[in-house]
Design a protein around this ligand. Structure first.
Ligand code: AP5
Ligand code: ZN
Length: 207
């Protein structure tokens, strides 16, 4: 299936994408990871880092190109982190069809807690939370033994900026799909396992 997973920063898109990849043997297309892997790449707008470390959106042409290439190279995917504004949503409409649009709803206070407590493996990209999803050994990746780090944009000040950018630019994208009758809203506030159960059930109904 071709799945779009929408949600504010910290809603659990990365966490649930891993489950979708395992369940359906599809690709995880995530603009955030793609940009982090190319943070210092020179573009005509500057480097992705200049935008990301401030919590701002990287310019559309840079991101659209990443997605167009990834989408053209795969049959089934879960797309995470894109589209983030209406112009990206219109671009996506032109390059692919979707089987299912999911939206993870989580309130702002919970998002702040999740993002400031997140830790990631710089080697394999697995995501943890100091309190809600800790690794077996504190500070060390279960999967590959690498020391966990905090993302540059997970400080409280940058998280607040990212949440503001979401409200202003990305909420209209959610409404865009809702108005078309395509949006499946999922309560993202339960445990990762509970959220996966409702999400999986919804995907099963459309695939
Ligand atoms: P990106 O990497 O896409 O970040 P984001 O959208 O802010 O999303 P996150 O990865 O922070 O959150 P998530 O929903 O994946 O949550 P996770 O599963 O990790 O983007 C980063 C930057 O790149 C942007 O600011 C922008 O600059 C740029 N960018 C990216 N895409 C772009 C685009 N299309 N256009 C322009 N610029 C773009 O979970 C969060 C934490 O909570 C984890 O610690 C996890 O363990 C924990 N957790 C997860 N689920 C639960 C649960 N159910 N209960 C308790 N804890 C949970
Ligand atoms: Zn790892």
């Amino acid at each position: 299936p071709r799945i779009l997973l929408l949600g504010p920063p910290g809603a659990g898109k990365g966490t649930q994408s891993e489950n979708l990849v395992d369940a359906y043997d599809i690709e995880h297309i995530t603009t955030g990871d793609a940009l982090r892997a190319n943070k210092d790449m020179e573009t005509e707008y500057g480097t992705p880092r200049e935008f990301m470390d401030a919590g701002e959106l990287v310019p559309d042409p840079v991101v659209n190109e990443i997605v167009a290439e990834a989408v053209s190279n795969t049959e089934g995917f879960v797309l995470d982190g894109y589209p983030r504004n209406l112009s990206q949503a219109e671009y996506l409409d032109d390059i692919t069809d979707l089987d299912c649009v999911l939206f993870l709803a989580v309130d702002r206070e919970e998002l702040l807690r999740r993002l400031t407590g997140r830790r990631v493996c710089p080697e394999c990209n697995k995501t943890y939370h100091v309190e809600f999803n800790p690794p077996e050994t504190e500070g060390v990746c279960d999967a590959c033994g690498t020391e966990l780090t905090q993302r540059d944009d997970d400080t409280e000040a940058v998280v607040n900026e990212r949440l503001d950018v979401y409200e202003e630019n990305t909420k209209p994208v959610v409404e865009f799909y809702r108005d078309r009758g395509d949006l499946i809203e999922i309560d993202g506030e339960g445990s990762p396992e509970d959220v996966w159960e409702s999400l999986h059930r919804q995907v099963e109904t459309v695939t």
